[in-house]
Design a protein around this ligand. Structure first.
Ligand SMILES: CC(=O)N[C@H]1[C@@H](OP(=O)(O)OP(=O)(O)OC[C@H]2O[C@@H](n3ccc(=O)[nH]c3=O)[C@H](O)[C@@H]2O)O[C@H](CO)[C@@H](O)[C@@H]1O[C@H](C)C(=O)N[C@@H](C)C(=O)N[C@H](CCC(=O)O)C(=O)O
Ligand SMILES: Nc1ncnc2c1ncn2[C@@H]1O[C@H](COP(=O)(O)OP(=O)(O)OP(=O)(O)O)[C@@H](O)[C@H]1O
Ligand SMILES: N[C@H](CCC[C@H](N)C(=O)O)C(=O)O
Ligand SMILES: [Mg+2]
Length: 538
């Protein structure tokens, strides 16, 4: 898929030989052994389908295929040089033969690691342009905190950029994000475009995939923040230790200048000890920290250093965890040079975070409290439901599933976390991707103990499940919450993405429930029938 990201108008046309010299560990070679030609490199990409005239094409080894397989396509599209590894150089020779004997090959033992720096060289900002970059990492809360920071900056009158799961923004221009953290060459181009268009501060989510896959190499964050660590992505990282090591690498001088670390889990406490840049710590649980969050009820909380500074704030979003996200956002801005009190008030002004604890309203006074949230880890499922429990006088009904082709180990824990708090758990499909949806549902429901199985319904088809959940509520005292897909606009089933929006589905279900309309199926379903709880037996 072609990258949607723009390129800067002004680039440095660096001779390929010069570029090679600027990159540590890179040697210049040709297929034939003849001297390399020396074209000007004016852009960088790692995807042959996105090559533009004058580009360096990074032919990277991948889990599925070696990018060197696409060198002919890249050259046809205008690539003038190739960054690759030894294996890639051999493949280029095999694919192209002597025809492009003087094509400059920039060869590195780890071309993915060289990519960000290569792009940073080519897209180097004009002197005097200042763009501060803030990076937020952690298992849960990156998107929410990034919106809080960006909203705060906006309220303070700064021109901002935002890069994350939901969208990418350059000032007022909004682009769709394909990943939480873009690939290194896209990111460097994006930051250069932001600087060109007068953006002063860019706030971005930094995923653990990005840290391991060198997507943020070439960026030094002015302030980095860590929210928390709990189980997710073990399909990619293997162990929690490795997952932690990925996150911790953000808090080193190569990647950031200073940090904010939440020390409410053991990983955060370890990070605060291990970080090799100065960090400010914050806790909402009374752990030893520089700053503390004290809940005052009704969303009010105190941000205090236990000494002379105490700010009373009203959290703009529901849930105790959002008080922590708000505190992190305020402290990050403070470390970035803003006055703390002004920053904290600005952060609390009026953030809209799409698909996170987002209410769905029909205008009908007797509708249940209806919420769409992005919780898709055991920890987040528990946190989201615990946030809604006290507001619910009647029944708390939750719809959830788990994504296919993603960490299978978290599925039973997600089911268990939901059943521990909710009165009814409707287990259904998230994005099954290439997996069997029934097996994923069974894994989620299978995590729920026998004693709680009477709270569980397993329903194939997310649309049907949302309608069953709404039908299980009986008025304004009840809550129905749909977890896992938040802002997502599609449901990925067997290689195809079908339009699907939880907020629309929930709104439709609430309106149909009121008028007694028959549930309509808007999205294609893998299996149309409603299955029974037996299917979920472990
Ligand atoms: C697990 C993972 O992150 N994989 C990334 C990895 O893919 P890969 O090693 O399998 O690459 P590959 O498919 O073998 O292709 C090899 C190379 O050939 C290139 N290619 C391929 C085909 C073609 O026609 N032309 C071409 O140039 C590719 O661009 C690639 O560089 O390198 C590719 C680019 O080099 C990435 O696109 C790809 O991200 C995939 C799409 C992905 O889904 N990543 C997700 C899991 C991800 O990154 N998620 C995080 C975390 C979100 C969160 O925190 O919850 C995110 O930041 O979004
Ligand atoms: N600080 C927090 N602690 C625990 N749970 C949280 C926290 N912040 C948000 N959540 C929960 O996690 C869900 C995901 O939040 P958010 O989208 O902000 O995280 P993220 O880190 O960007 O996730 P992703 O990696 O998938 O992009 C929220 O919908 C909410 O249920
Ligand atoms: N960025 C997250 C999104 C997960 C959202 C959930 N709907 C799923 O499909 O698992 C991931 O790739 O793990
Ligand atoms: Mg996110």
């Amino acid at each position: 898929m072609a990258t949607p990201f723009p390129r800067p108008a002004h680039v440095r046309a660096l001779a390929a030989t010069d570029l090679a010299r600027r990159l540590d560990g890179v040697t210049l070679r040709t297929v034939s052994g003849a001297p390399a030609s020396d074209p000007a490199v004016r852009g960088v990409t790692l995807d042959s389908r996105s090559v533009r005239d004058g580009d360096l094409y990074a032919a990277l080894p991948g889990a599925n295929v070696h990018g060197a397989r696409f060198v002919a396509q890249a050259l046809a599209a205008g690539a003038v040089a190739v960054l690759t590894d030894d294996a890639g150089a051999t493949l280029v020779g095999d694919e192209l033969g002597p025809a492009t004997g003087d094509l400059p090959l920039l060869v590195s033992p780890d071309p993915r690691a060289a990519l960000g720096r290569a792009a940073a060289e080519v897209y180097a900002r004009p002197d005097g342009t200042r763009l501060d970059v803030y990076g937020i990492t952690g298992t849960n809360g990156k998107t929410t905190t990034a919106y809080l920071v960006d909203g705060g900056l906006h309220a303070l009158g700064r021109r901002t950029g935002l890069v994350g799961t939901v969208e990418t923004r350059i000032g007022d221009v909004r682009l769709r994000s394909t990943r939480t953290t873009p690939e290194a060459s896209d990111l460097q181009a994006l930051l250069a475009v932001m600087a060109e268009r007068g953006v002063e501060r860019c706030t971005m989510e930094v995923s653990s995939h990005a840290l391991v896959m060198h997507r943020v190499d070439g960026v030094v964050y002015d302030v980095a923040a860590f929210t928390n660590l709990s189980q997710d992505h073990l399909d990619f990282h293997g162990t929690m230790e490795d997952y932690f090591a990925a996150k911790a690498s953000l808090f080193t001088p190569e990647r950031s200048r200073r940090g904010v670390v939440v020390v409410d889990d053991a990983w955060g406490r370890r990070l605060a000890e291990r970080a090799t840049v100065p960090v400010t710590t914050v806790s909402a649980t009374g752990a030893d920290a520089d700053w503390h969050v004290r809940d005052l009820g009704d969303r009010a909380f105190l941000l205090t250093d236990g000494g002379g500074t105490s700010l009373e704030l009203v959290c703009p979003l529901p849930g105790d965890f959002n008080q922590v996200n708000t505190a992190v956002a305020a402290l990050l801005l403070h470390l970035g040079g803003e006055d703390l009190a002004e920053a904290a008030r600005a952060v609390c002004e009026d953030p809209h975070v799409p698909g996170r604890m987002e209410r769905v309203e029909t205008g009908r006074p007797d509708q249940p409290l209806a919420v769409v949230d992005f919780a898709h880890t055991p920890e987040a499922v528990g946190a989201a439901l615990r946030a809604l429990r006290p507001q619910t006088r009647g029944r708390l009904v939750v719809v959830l599933g788990a994504g296919g082709d993603r960490d299978p180990g978290k599925r039973p824990h997600m089911g268990a976390a939901a059943a521990a708090v909710a009165d009814l758990v409707v287990v259904t499909d998230d994005n099954p991707r290439s997996e069997d949806p029934a097996a994923i549902r069974a894994a989620v429901a299978g995590g729920i103990s026998d004693a709680l199985q009477d709270r569980v319904r397993v329903v194939a088809g997310r649309s049907t499940a949302i309608r069953e959940a709404v039908a299980a509520t009986s008025g304004a005292d009840d809550t129905v919450v749909v977890l896992g897909k938040g802002h997502e606009q599609g449901q990925e089933i067997a290689g195809l993405t079908h339009p699907f929006d939880d907020r629309e589905e929930l709104g439709d279900a609430l309106r149909e429930h009121r008028t007694g309309t028959h549930p309509k199926e808007r999205a294609p379903h893998v299996e149309p029938e409603t299955s029974t709880p037996e299917e979920a037996a472990p």
